[in-house]
Design a protein. Structure first.
Length: 389
């Protein structure tokens, strides 16, 4: 047990360096310790405080009721200078929740001085309520330093508090909001929570056409591989409906179900497609697919954001929602055979393309009877996978 953990276990208060500013920490389940911390800070007893973890997996285990989208969001955001408000139906850590026991603030930090700490703590910044945050130990009020049972000097810190983001509606609606601006700006949150760019639906089509060589041809080739006598379509990563519009030009009697992780993009698709869009679902591609036996499942420029195992899992689930003889058309960014053909700019950690050969193998392993490449150009390809009839 570290000295930090020992003091926390005994009901003490620690003055410590976080990844943003200096903070006070205590046992989140110890009412007397929390009362001491609040008294040191001059914080009203009914105000909520975040629970901090030093390991992401420990945080996720501690709140097992978190929905799959919220868990994915936390994996993208943490550890880092983020405080996330999440739903807390299990009423975990009630002493930290103030007057709203079904909302919990979560922090996961990476602090070298506290590497290996295995206990969660209730934490609050080490400054009297209403005062400026302390980015060095000398800026912490002398009375606060004297009142702590353990003081850890972490040197000079960034001095900007964590950004507070509300994820309570992220699972149900895919929406989020910033409640306090801080060390992580809103554009970076948008990258993690909505995709590489915070796209504006009205300019998305023009933007992607300008920045992605071969985009228009890719879309046409996806539509061309869709086959005939298509009555039901599932579009994965629908966006604003760029692919769907082309498919409906070919299959005018079809009903369409769309899936996308951005509610803003789906609203734009709904306005564009009108009654031709039967259903839309705000969801990640890692989540269960809509029920049904579809004639056609299609995805354009979405699956490359998944890693290899996630792609293989998606392909199995796609096979499961296709009718016998149905088609899966995948148009996407790939790792080309020749490095000179890699012309699309990528964002490390966000774009995760695989080779054509790998994806053909995963599709065959998923149960597709016939898999073929119908078109390719440099690092773009269209792959057609047909279920047995």
């Amino acid at each position: 047990m570290t000295a930090f953990e020992d003091v926390i276990a005994r009901g003490g208060v620690v003055l410590f360096p976080s990844d943003t500013v200096y903070g006070l920490a205590c046992d989140p389940e110890n009412a007397a310790a929390i009362e001491r911390l609040y008294a040191l800070k001059g914080r009203p007893a009914d105000k909520a405080s975040a629970v901090m973890f030093f390991d992401l997996e420990a945080a996720l285990r501690a709140v097992p009721e978190l929905g799959p989208r919220t868990q994915t969001a936390l994996r993208r955001l943490m550890p880092g200078a983020i405080t996330a408000l999440v739903r807390n139906p299990g009423r975990r850590f009630p002493l930290a929740c103030g007057d709203d026991p079904e909302t919990l603030g979560l922090r996961v930090v990476l602090v070298p001085a506290l590497a290996g700490v295995g206990v969660p703590v209730l934490q609050s910044s080490a400054n009297p309520s209403g005062w400026s945050d302390a980015h060095s130990l000398s800026e912490v009020a002398p009375a606060m330093r004297a009142g702590a049972d353990l003081v850890i000097d972490g040197g000079e810190l960034p001095g900007v508090p964590s950004t507070v983001v509300d994820l309570r509606d992220y699972d149900d609606a895919g929406t989020w909001s910033v409640l306090r601006r801080g060390a992580v700006d809103e554009d970076d949150l948008a990258v993690a929570l909505e995709g590489r760019y915070r796209f504006h639906p009205s300019s998305y089509g023009a933007m992607v056409t300008d920045t992605l060589p071969g985009y228009a041809e890719l879309q046409e080739q996806v539509a061309a591989a869709s086959g005939h006598d298509i009555r039901s379509i599932l579009d994965l990563g629908m966006g604003t409906g760029e692919t769907t519009v082309r498919l409906l030009d070919r299959h005018r009697a079809s009903r369409v179900v769309g899936v996308d992780e951005s509610p803003t993009m789906l609203r734009a698709a709904a306005e564009r497609l009108g009654s031709r869009l039967e259903e839309s679902h705000v969801a990640l591609l890692q989540e269960p697919l809509p029920d049904g036996e579809f004639d056609l499942v299609v995805s354009a420029l979405a699956v490359h954001h998944l890693d290899g195992p996630e792609k293989a899992d998606l392909f199995r689930r796609v096979h499961g929602v296709l009718r016998p003889g149905g088609r899966f058309v995948l148009g996407d960014l790939v790792v080309p055979e020749r490095s000179d053909d890699a012309v699309v700019e990528q964002t490390p950690g966000y774009d995760k393309p695989s080779t054509v050969a790998e994806q053909v193998r995963w599709l065959e392993e998923a149960g597709f009877a016939r898999v073929s490449v119908t078109w390719s150009a440099k690092d773009l390809a269209v792959i057609l996978a047909e279920a047995s009839g």
